[in-house]
Ligand binder design. Structure first.
Ligand code: 5GP
Ligand code: ZN
Length: 152
């Protein structure tokens, strides 16, 4: 297990949590993933689900492990709704890359309990309200289809 990543020379804090070498409030673990409480929760009950093996970002994450992260996220979302913690809804959030807001370069799925008036939300860019022409959507779709073919 590589405990370092390209963005910093210090050991990976999430690898240390998986290994039990750093403290964490654990929620779940199996052979592929571990879930624990975020140290700085957006709302009480904010959980992170991570792969046990270091993967800096989605490009390094095996598909099977990504699938397990989502499955465990689903189970945690259901558990949050039963937990007595305030949870009227749930957001999944995953930042892949610095420009997307990733700060810890060991992939993690945020499972965020939400409630009306919690103050959390996304900030949309200035162009968000302008709906693009269908041709622009078709062009983007074609580019992504091409990208899918190139990856096969
Ligand atoms: P990102 O911005 O990369 O999507 O999210 C990183 C998350 O990791 C943040 O929500 C931050 O609070 C959390 N985090 C950073 N360091 C630690 C830590 O040492 N322990 C725990 N439990 N969470 C951490
Ligand atoms: Zn790591």
């Amino acid at each position: 297990m590589d405990e370092h990543n390209d963005h910093q020379s210090t050991p990976c804090i999430f690898c240390a949590i998986v290994q039990g070498a750093a403290p964490a409030s654990r929620v779940y673990e199996d052979e592929l993933v571990t879930a624990f409480m975020d140290i700085q929760p957006v709302n009480p009950g904010h959980v992170l689900v991570i792969p046990n093996n270091h993967a800096a970002d989605l490009s390094e994450l095996p598909g099977e492990t990504g699938g397990r992260m989502f499955q465990v996220g689903q189970r945690i979302a259901a558990a949050l709704r039963r937990s007595g913690l305030r949870c009227e809804g749930v957001n999944f959030f995953l930042a892949d890359g610095e420009a997307a807001g990733q700060e810890v370069f060991h992939v993690h799925l945020h499972v965020l309990p939400r409630y009306t008036g919690d103050g959390f939300g996304f900030v949309f860019g200035p162009h968000y309200r302008n709906r693009p022409e269908r041709s622009a959507l078709d062009d983007a779709a074609a580019r992504i289809r091409q990208g899918l073919e190139e990856a096969v």
